[in-house]
Design a protein around this ligand. Sequence first.
Ligand code: CA
Length: 220
Amino acid sequence: MSLLLLEDDPAIADTVVFALQREGFTVEHRAWLAEARERLRETPAPELLILDIGLPDGHGLDLCRELRAGPLKALPVIVLSARSEEMDRVLGLELGADDYLAKPFSPRELVARVRALLRRAQAAPAVAAGFVVDGARVRLDGVLLNLTKLELGLLLKLLQAPQRIHSREVLLDAVWGTSADSGDRTVDTHIKTLRAKLREAAPTRDPIKTHRGMGYSLEP
Ligand code: CA
């Protein structure tokens, strides 16, 4: 199990490498964005990336965005940040990070996050339980859903990566496009009607999870 750590602070890097190696992981360490980009072009690719935000030659989240647009779009990424501000967290998740840890963190916490993320990534193809998609027709537990175009758009976007938290901005962009002059409320309103229809089809379940202040995901 080979992990790539991009971190320019030698003390943090040493601690992280030590903690992960002790748990049996192989860790490659790079301190510069350019070095990490180079490594990520080589094969075999690492199985997970631990990414610092503030780097000597740029912003770690730029790499995150690049990865999500390329062949490594499914590579699990944990972002490390010196700033614990909500904005960073939201921005990180929006740019495609899978998890986020604010410094200072305990090495044990990081190891736990790494394990959890690898488990999620290795679980059979991420399909949300009970959903079957056939073009524009979606069934939940066998019941054909009667959705509006916008509800369908939201659901399909969520189904692409069910366990990822989709921020309202990401959903707006995906479903309404850049021309939309609608706000977060628009997303919430349509999620609400979508949720009601899902509940009608599967009364015992509520597959859409709300993450306060962050966005929505689907139950695995
Ligand atoms: Ca740094």
